[in-house]
Design a protein around this ligand. Structure first.
Ligand code: ADP
Length: 588
C-alpha cells in the first residue's frame, strides 16, 4: 500500500479526535443534564408532595370523598396530576380520574418503592392519560393512616426542555467542530509543510546538487533536522570532491604513463585501461570496460599470457613480439590487485613497448659488428703485407714501394673510418647536449662554399655543378656542420655520377622550412634500400663504395647534422635516372 502523506495522516486524525471528543462530551453532558434535570424535578415534586401532605386535614384522612375532592381541587399547575393511594394500592383520590375506574396500583414500581418507605420514581406510558409520564410517589403517615401521595407529570415537557438543551449543545458542538476543522487544517499544514519542503530540498541534494543548502523556518526539531541534512550534504560534497580529485589524479597519472596499464577483476574483465595500453596493443575500440581481456587482443601469445596469469597467478615478466603489429615487441609484467583487507580483487598488467629499445640494441650490435668488420679488412691487409715484407727478402724496391703503398692506403682507410666514427660520435653528443648555437645565415653562401670544396673532384670527372638558390634565403645554422653535410651529399653525387654529367643544387623555401636538394643523374637506388640508407655502414654496393674510399658513414653524418638543425633528410631515387638527396631545416 502506498504510504499516505503527513498531511493526509495528521489532518484526518485531528478531525477524528475532535469528532470523537465532541461525541463523548455530548453524550456525557446530555446524560449529566438529564440526570440533573430529573433530580431537580424529583426534588420539586417532593416539595409538592410535602405541601400536599401538609394540606390534607388529618381528621379526614379516611374520608374517601374528601380525599378525591381534595385531589381535584389542589392545583399545582403545569399539567401535574395528583393521586392519593392507600398502602394496599387502592386509589382513593385522583386529580384527573375517578378512583372507582382506576386499577389497584400496588404493582406500580413507584408504589412498590413508596410502600417500602423509599422515594419511588418511574417513567412510563400512562394508559389512563395516553401519555409518557414521570411518576413520583412517597409514603406519608397522617393521623396514623398510611397514604401514598403520587405526583405525576407528562414527560413531554421534560423532553422538550432536554431537546432544547441538546439542540443547543449540538449547535455549539458544530461551531466548535467547524472551528476545530479549520484549526486542524492549519495545524496539519504547519506540521506537514516543513516536512514537504525538507523532502523536496533533500531530493535536490539527492540528485546531485550537493552545493544547495536547505533553508527552512520551522520547529526546533525541523531546524535541527535541516542542519543535519545540510551538514550531511556538506560532508558528502567534501567527500565527493576529494574522491573526484583522487580519481582525476589517478586518471591523469594513468593517461600520462608511457606504460600501458590494464586492471582486471578476478574473472579477467577489464576494470581500467589507460590510453597507452590501447596504443601499445593497437586497440581502437572506445569502451573496453567490462570486456574480457583475452577477447580484446588477437595475438595468441598475448592471450596465453593473460589467461595463464589469470589462471595460475604466477608472476612473470615476458617479452612478446607481435608480427601483426609490425613486429612490435611488448614487455609484459603482471601483478595481483589486492584491496585494503589483502583480499585479491583482480590482476594488474603493465605493458611496455620495447620495440625501440630492441631496435637500438640491434643497431648497437650491428654497429659493433660493422666497425669490427670494416676495420678488420684493412688490418688483415696491412698484416698480410707486413708479414710478406718480413718473411720474404724482397730487394726489388719497386715491389717494396708497391707493398708500402698498399699498407699506406689501408692505413688511410682505417684513418677515414676512425675519423668519420669520431665525427659521428661528436655529432651524436651534440645532438643530445643541444648546446650548439644556431645563427641565421645566408644559405646561398653556405652552399657556394660547399660547392667550392668539391670543385676539384668535380672537375676531375668534368661534372658541372649548378646552383639554384634565392640569395636572400636565411636559416639558423652552424656553418661548419651544414657545409660538411652538403659536401657529403655533393661528394656522393660526384662519385655516383658519370663523367661530363651535371649535378643540380637547389635551396627553396617551403612554408617555414628551407629544403636543400642535391640532384644527380647517377645509377639511382632501388626502393628497398632507401629506408636504411642513412644507417651507419649501410651501403648498396660495398665494393664500389670501398673502391672510391667510402666509409659508409657519410649519409649517417648528414642525418645527424640535419637532426642537430631540428630538421631531417630524405631521398628520392629511380634506378637508371638518378637520385635527389634533401636536407630540410626550419627557417625560424
Ligand atoms: P659511402 O661512403 O659508401 O658513400 P654514404 O653513407 O655516403 O657512404 O652512402 C651510403 C650508400 O648510399 C652508398 O654506399 C651508396 O650505396 C648509396 N649512395 C649514396 N649517395 C648515392 C648517390 N648519389 N647515388 C647512388 N647511391 C648513393
Amino acid at each position: 500500500m502506498k504510504p499516505f502523506s503527513t498531511f493526509r495522516v495528521v489532518f484526518p486524525s485531528f478531525l477524528l479526535l475532535i469528532v470523537l471528543s465532541f461525541i463523548s462530551l455530548y453524550l456525557f453532558i446530555s446524560t449529566e443534564i438529564k440526570n440533573f434535570y430529573y433530580e431537580e424535578k424529583t426534588n420539586e415534586l417532593l416539595v409538592h408532595a410535602e405541601l400536599i401532605a401538609n394540606s390534607i386535614t388529618p381528621e379526614k384522612i379516611n374520608d374517601a370523598e374528601y380525599i378525591n375532592d381534595f385531589c381535584k381541587n389542589v392545583d399545582p399547575g403545569a399539567n401535574i396530576r395528583i393521586t392519593i393511594i392507600e398502602s394496599n394500592g387502592q386509589v382513593i383520590g385522583d386529580s384527573h380520574e375517578e378512583p372507582g375506574v382506576m386499577d389497584n396500583h400496588i404493582e406500580r414500581p413507584e408504589i412498590i418503592s413508596a410502600v417500602n418507605n423509599q422515594i419511588g420514581t418511574a417513567k412510563r406510558f400512562s394508559n389512563t392519560l395516553q401519555k409518557e409520564m414521570l411518576y413520583f410517589a412517597r409514603l406519608y403517615n397522617i393521623n396514623n393512616s398510611s397514604i401514598i401521595i403520587r405526583i405525576s407529570l407528562p414527560d413531554e415537557s421534560l423532553d422538550a426542555t432536554l431537546n432544547l438543551l441538546q439542540n443547543r449543545l449540538i449547535l455549539g458542538g458544530l461551531i466548535i467542530l467547524l472551528a476545530g476543522t479549520i484549526l486542524s487544517y492549519f495545524i496539519s499544514k504547519i506540521i506537514a509543510n516543513p516536512i514537504i519542503k525538507l523532502t523536496d530540498q533533500v531530493h535536490h541534494i539527492r540528485i546531485g546538487n550537493l552545493r544547495e543548502r536547505i533553508q527552512l523556518k520551522g520547529t526546533k526539531e525541523i531546524l535541527s533536522l535541516t542542519e543535519s541534512f545540510n551538514d550531511l550534504a556538506r560532508q558528502l560534497a567534501d567527500r565527493i570532491d576529494s574522491i573526484t580529485v583522487q580519481s582525476n589524479e589517478q586518471k591523469a597519472i594513468l593517461t600520462s604513463l608511457i606504460e600501458g596499464i590494464i586492471a582486471t577483476d578476478n574473472a579477467g574483465k577489464i576494470i581500467r585501461i589507460n590510453p597507452a595500453a590501447k596504443k601499445i596493443l593497437s586497440i581502437e575500440t572506445e569502451n573496453l570496460i567490462g570486456k574480457n581481456i583475452s577477447s580484446v587482443v588477437q595475438n595468441n601469445d598475448l592471450i596465453n599470457y593473460f589467461e595463464q596469469y589469470l589462471d595460475k597467478h604466477d608472476r612473470g615478466m615476458q617479452e612478446i613480439t607481435i608480427p601483426q603489429l609490425k613486429s612490435k615487441t611488448i614487455q609484459l609484467y603482471a601483478a595481483e590487485l589486492r584491496d585494503s583487507e589483502q583480499e585479491r580483487i583482480g590482476s594488474l598488467f603493465v605493458l611496455s613497448d620495447i620495440s625501440q629499445i630492441k631496435k637500438l640494441e640491434r643497431i648497437r650490435q650491428d654497429f659493433v659488428a660493422n666497425v669490427s668488420h670494416e676495420l678488420k679488412t684493412p688490418i688483415t691487409t696491412i698484416k698480410g703485407f707486413v708479414e710478406t715484407l718480413e718473411a720474404v727478402k724482397i730487394k726489388d724496391k719497386k715491389t717494396i714501394k708497391k707493398y708500402l703503398n698498399f699498407i699506406g692506403k689501408n692505413t688511410d682507410r682505417m684513418n677515414y673510418i676512425v675519423t668519420d666514427l669520431l665525427e659521428l660520435s661528436r655529432l651524436e653528443q651534440q645532438e643530445y647536449d643541444t648546446k650548439i648555437s644556431l645563427k641565421k645565415q645566408n644559405l646561398k653562401l653556405v652552399i657556394e662554399a660547399a660547392i667550392q670544396e668539391c670543385d676539384f673532384q668535380a672537375n676531375k670527372k668534368s661534372i658541372n655543378i649548378k646552383l639554384d638558390c634565392d640569395g636572400n634565403l636565411m636559416a639558423p645554422l652552424d656553418i661548419g656542420l651544414m657545409t660538411q653535410a652538403i659536401i657529403n651529399l655533393i661528394e656522393n653525387a660526384i662519385h655516383y655520377s658519370k663523367e661530363n654529367s651535371e649535378i643540380l643544387l637547389t635551396a627553396k623555401k617551403v612554408s617555414n622550412t628551407a629544403v636543400i636538394s642535391v640532384t644527380d643523374h647517377g645509377p639511382g637506388i632501388e626502393t628497398k634500400h632507401l629506408t636504411r640508407l642513412f644507417e651507419r655502414f649501410y651501403r648498396v654496393d660495398k665494393s664500389r663504395s670501398r673502391k672510391y674510399g667510402g666509409t659508409g658513414l657519410g649519409l649517417a653524418i648528414v642525418k645527424h647534422i640535419a637532426n642537430i638543425h631540428n630538421g631531417n633528410v630524405s631521398v628520392e631515387s629511380k634506378v637508371g635516372e638518378g637520385s635527389i638527396f634533401s636536407i630540410t631545416i626550419p627557417t625560424k
